[in-house]
Structures are given as C-alpha cells and as structure tokens.
Design a binder for this molecule. Sequence first.
Ligand SMILES: Cc1ncc(C[n+]2csc(CCOP(=O)(O)OP(=O)(O)O)c2C)c(N)n1
Ligand code: SF4
Ligand SMILES: [Mg+2]
Length: 300
Amino acid sequence: MAEEQKFETEEKVERKQKTGMINAKELEEKYLRKGMMPHIFCTGCGIGTVLGLTLRAMEEIDMDLDNTVFLSGIGCSSRLPGYIDVDSLHTTHGRALAFATGVKITNPDLNVVIFTGDGDCIGIGGNHFIHAARRNIDITVIAVNNYIYGMTGGQVAPTTPEGDYATTAPHGNVEPPFDMSEMAMSAGATYVARWDLTKPVQPMKSIKEGLENKGMSFIELLSPCTTAYARQNKVGDIQEFWEWYDDRTMLAEEYEFEEEFSPMEEWEEIKEKMKIGVLKHEEKKSLGERMQEKIEEVKI
Ligand SMILES: Cc1ncc(C[n+]2csc(CCOP(=O)(O)OP(=O)(O)O)c2C)c(N)n1
Ligand code: SF4
Ligand SMILES: [Mg+2]
C-alpha cells in the first residue's frame, strides 16, 4: 500500500475510534452503488437525509452487508434501496412487507430492511403492515412520512393532516389523518419510534436500535416534501418546514406530562400534536422464533 494511502486509512481508523463517525465521502464510497448519481430527489427533500441516517446507523453496528437485503414498494422514498450497494428488491406499490415476509421466513439469518412511504405503507399497503406488526416478524421498517403522495404529484395520503391542501383536496383535506406509529404499536410491533428530521442524532439512534431489535421495528421519520407538499401548502423554505414540525410535534414525555397537568383549554390544542420519541420498546418472541419452536416441537 502506498505510504499516503496507508496514512489516510490510519487517520480514518483513528477518527472513527475517537468520534465514532466516518465522513459523508467515506459513507458514499463504502455503501452506495456506483453510477447512481445524480440522484432523483428534489432540492431540500428529506429522503436523502433518511438515507444518510440509515447508513450511519449501519456503520455504527458494523452491519454485515453480505447478509442484508433492502426492500421497498413504489414512491420517491421507495427509490432508496436502489442507491445502496447491497442486495435489494424494488417491488410493487404497497407490497414490500409481503415480499419481506417471504424473504425473512425463507432466509431467517438475513437482516431485512424496508424503506416505505406513508402512501405505500399505510395506504395501499395497510393490510400487509398490520399483519407484519401482528406477527412481530423480525424486520426493520423505515417509513418516510411526508404527509402526501410525493411521486405522483401530491395527492391526499392517509397521513395528510385535516385542512391541508393536495391535488385531490384543492379546498383542504376533510379526512382525519392516520397515525402510523400508533397503528404499529397497537398491532404488535415491538420497537416503534417517530422523529422529525430536524433532530440530528435521535433518528439515527432509533434506526440503530430498530436494526438491533429482534422483532418488528417501525421507525417513522417526518420528512419534508419540498415540491408536492410544500407548493400546495405554501411552505416557503426549509426553515418554514422546521417551524412546521416544531408547531405540530412534541416529545412523548412532554406530551404525557401536559396530558396530565395542563388545563383543559390548553390541552385541547396540545392533543392534536404528534408524539415524537421512542414510543415503544419491548421484548416479545418474533414470528421466526415461534416458528423455530414449532419445528422443534413437531420433529420426530
Ligand atoms: C397499484 C398501484 N397503484 C398506484 C400507483 C401509483 N403510485 C406510485 S407512487 C404512489 C404514491 C407514493 O406515495 P408514498 O408512498 O407516500 O411515497 P412518496 O412518493 O411520498 O415518498 C402511487 C399512488 C402504482 N404505482 N401502483
Ligand atoms: S416530490 Fe417530494 S418526496 Fe418526491 S423527491 Fe420531490 S421533494 Fe422528495
Ligand atoms: Mg409520501
């Protein structure tokens, strides 16, 4: 190895030991497929941030890339597996969890990770989502909630807040929105976290915990769609998006405190906010473990 190169490698190792971080260029070299740039995402879109956070989480746990598969359905967010240099399946709209179930059951040792959008996950894919959570299958679902169907130009999604605008709701959405994380928790997922992307470290930590959890992990990331959502809802720039998240979210512990102690009139306003944080983390047998036990039981 040339002296310069050797130095660079030692320097990288030392930096990683000190800070636990590798820089963006090193992440790109190690994890991204060559020839995929420029990417398809609009300026300011949060999906690239989701990718960066996922790669950092993978790096932190030294994920075995030869033993990992990424899956997705259809949507802007569902394009992500195409960028990562590991085996991947880009499936049909809403069906990534059905494919993932098959992959995990037939190859229990694989790390199975899904990128999905709010429309993909809880709209067309809602039924698969409920049953993957109910089974507590050992997969990690990273859901990009941008409150809209981004790829197809901005139609109402099941998560679109009431009153917000979309191409299919030009006078404001009249439907009550769906809470994906609440659904994941009540259906049986064992790790559930929700963060907006203004938080620099917490979402990465949750992706890491999700990857390590033995069971269904659901990480919902509130992500700006700077084109389809922002234009119709007059969110001018990324700064306004950050204020938007500040207005509409609250840390789970604070929310629970307010629920108990704030006067009724104040609570009426607060209760509409979305709780963010690690919302659930419990140990429960995964589908694979229960299947393995059954195999042992019926063995002659
Ligand atoms: C069966 C089927 N129905 C509809 C579509 C059209 N379609 C493609 S992406 C999409 C919505 C994606 O929204 P979301 O999952 O929120 O992803 P985003 O683009 O917002 O990241 C729709 C309706 C399709 N490809 N297949
Ligand atoms: S349409 Fe929205 S979600 Fe899709 S790439 Fe552009 S900003 Fe991102
Ligand atoms: Mg969406």
